[in-house]
Design a binder for this molecule. Structure first.
Ligand code: NDP
Length: 479
């Protein structure tokens, strides 16, 4: 073992694992998990369960109820009954429930962070410092709006029962983004978590029980998209579908709900530009890139996945970036010294590998660090493509993995043209020491959010959506 003096010289990190016990014990006590409907737990009508796996080991983690259309009907009926009382409950009383939820999330934050890390594969550093604190923040923030609704949003009414379908990349945070504004504004909810990552939504259901949220205000139905999701889309008593996920499923939702009178909000993908001008502080840029594309293994809708660099500094920046990539640490997501965790599952891993092969076959140059990934579980190394053509597949398609494509530009106008050369319009990041230049470029980018000399900053009071809509303050849940 190295001495302290040696470590002081090498600055090597040893492992710093967070104990898995709180999560494993909690799972053991509860499984097989039922469906949370009308304020209580019930067995799935199908009698079937599916297994949620730990992506860093590939091993089963928990048995979870396989809901079906009958379970959705029961959940919607419960939410409809609950709407009568909840929508008439004064805002300041609803606020008290949201404050109580936020406090319980903080109280159970260690359990929730460990569960999220084990179920999704993301690092404990991220779940502990980003996902779970932001979940609490969303409930605190929307509690404030519940309280202010009558004075600040006069004449507006909740919609009714809202169907919410969420993805696996930020399981609990996406749940909070959806549930907090909806119930704050007096709606009731039926939520379907992603099949890969149901556990923190089930822990959240337990929190709803703990704080005495009226039965039926929040219902959680786990199960397959084909059965649970599709029934939610066609259910006549669901007033709105709120969805985050892939573009293809977003399109499907639009088609199926067209003409039904249902409202929809769709938060789909991105291929966000990360634009670096030659006067930028390059060391800060490198850390920004790490946060932009290796945060959550790049499985982030607003990931800065296209690095656009001013030509005269491109070689210098790419050298620095490669040196940094060489020192990123991949491995056990519960290790606090690990930067990159596991990809959510073998299917997503195979898709990343496929797109990387397409990139190589289209002539781009691939670079990966010299170290090897763990062989157990679904891991993929941080990857950098140079010599990328703007029209190539990897420059246009969302890879949803730790893969960065880089291109160069000469003038600000060219940076804007390249930045906007995408079918998406979610986010962008601009780096320059010249604030006039940065603000000018930011205003010309077609993106709902533009960060300057920073990236991936989120907060409950800052609306987050594509270029055409503003999703803020629960407005999507009012009429
Ligand atoms: P999906 O869009 O398939 O899944 C997102 C959610 O939608 C899940 O809860 C899923 O359920 C549900 N769903 C899937 N099909 C239907 C349907 N027909 N009706 C109703 N609900 C449905 O994403 P994937 O998990 O398949 O990921 C594929 C790609 O999507 C990724 O590679 C990435 O590009 C993109 N994506 C984007 C996200 C974002 O934040 N914008 C998040 C996740 C993925 P179930 O889990 O049971 O299949």
């Amino acid at each position: 073992m190295a001495t302290v003096a040696e470590i002081f010289e090498t600055l090597e990190w040893g492992p710093a694992p967070e104990a898995a016990n709180p999560g494993l014990d909690w799972i053991k006590e509860h499984q097989p998990f039922g469906l949370f409907i009308d304020g209580g737990w019930r067995k799935p009508t199908s009698g079937k369960y599916f297994s949620s796996e730990n992506p860093s080991t590939g091993k089963p983690l928990a048995k979870v109820a396989m809901g079906n259309s009958e379970d959705v009907d029961a959940a919607v009926a419960a939410a409809k009954r609950a709407f009568e009382g909840w929508s008439k409950t004064p805002g300041h009383v609803r606020a008290r429930y949201l404050y109580a939820i936020a406090r319980q999330v903080q109280k159970h934050s260690r359990l929730l962070a460990v569960l999220e890390s084990m179920d999704n594969g993301k690092t404990i550093r991220e779940t502990r410092d980003i996902d779970i604190p932001l979940v609490a923040r969303h409930f605190y923030y929307h509690a404030g709006w519940a309280q202010l609704m009558e004075s600040e949003l006069p004449g507006m009414e909740p919609l009714g029962v809202v169907g919410q379908i969420i993805p696996w990349n930020f399981p609990m945070l996406m749940m909070a983004w959806k549930i907090a504004p909806a119930i704050a504004m007096g709606n009731t909810v039926v939520l379907k978590p992603a099949r890969y990552t149901p556990l923190t939504a089930l822990a959240f259901a337990e929190i709803c029980e703990e704080i005495g949220l009226p039965p039926g205000v929040v219902n959680i139905v786990t199960g397959e998209a084909g059965a649970v999701g599709d029934r939610m889309l066609e259910h006549p008593d669901i007033a709105k579908i709120a969805f985050t996920g892939s573009t293809d499923v977003g399109r499907h939702i639009r088609k199926v709900t067209a003409g039904s009178g249902k409202r929809i909000s769709l938060e789909l993908g991105g291929k966000s530009p990360f634009i670096v001008f030659d006067d930028s502080d390059l060391d800060s840029v490198v850390e920004g890139v790490v946060d932009a594309i290796w945060f959550n293994q790049g499985q982030v809708c607003c990931a800065g996945s296209r690095l656009l660099v001013q030509e005269d500094i491109a070689d210098r920046l790419i050298d620095k970036l490669r040196a940094r990539m060489e020192r990123l640490r991949i491995g056990d997501p519960l290790d606090k010294a690990v930067d990159i965790g596991a990809i959510v599952g073998p299917v997503q891993l195979a898709e990343i590998k496929r797109l990387v092969e397409v990139g190589q076959s289209e002539g781009a140059t691939l670079w990966q660090p010299s170290w090897a990934c763990p062989t157990e579980g679904s891991f993929y190394p941080p990857t950098l493509f140079t010599d990328v053509s703007p029209a190539s597949t990897i420059a246009q398609m969302e890879i949803f993995g730790p893969v960065l494509v880089s291109m160069t530009f000469r003038t600000p106008a060219e940076a804007v043209a390249l930045g906007n050369n995408t079918r998406y319009g979610l986010a962008a990041s601009v780096w320059s020491e010249n604030i006039n230049l940065a603000l000018d470029v930011a205003s010309k980018l077609k993106a709902g959010t533009v960060w300057i000399n920073s990236t991936n900053l989120f907060d409950a009071d800052s609306g987050f959506d594509g270029v055409t809509d503003v999703l803020a303050f629960g407005l999507p849940y009012l009429s």
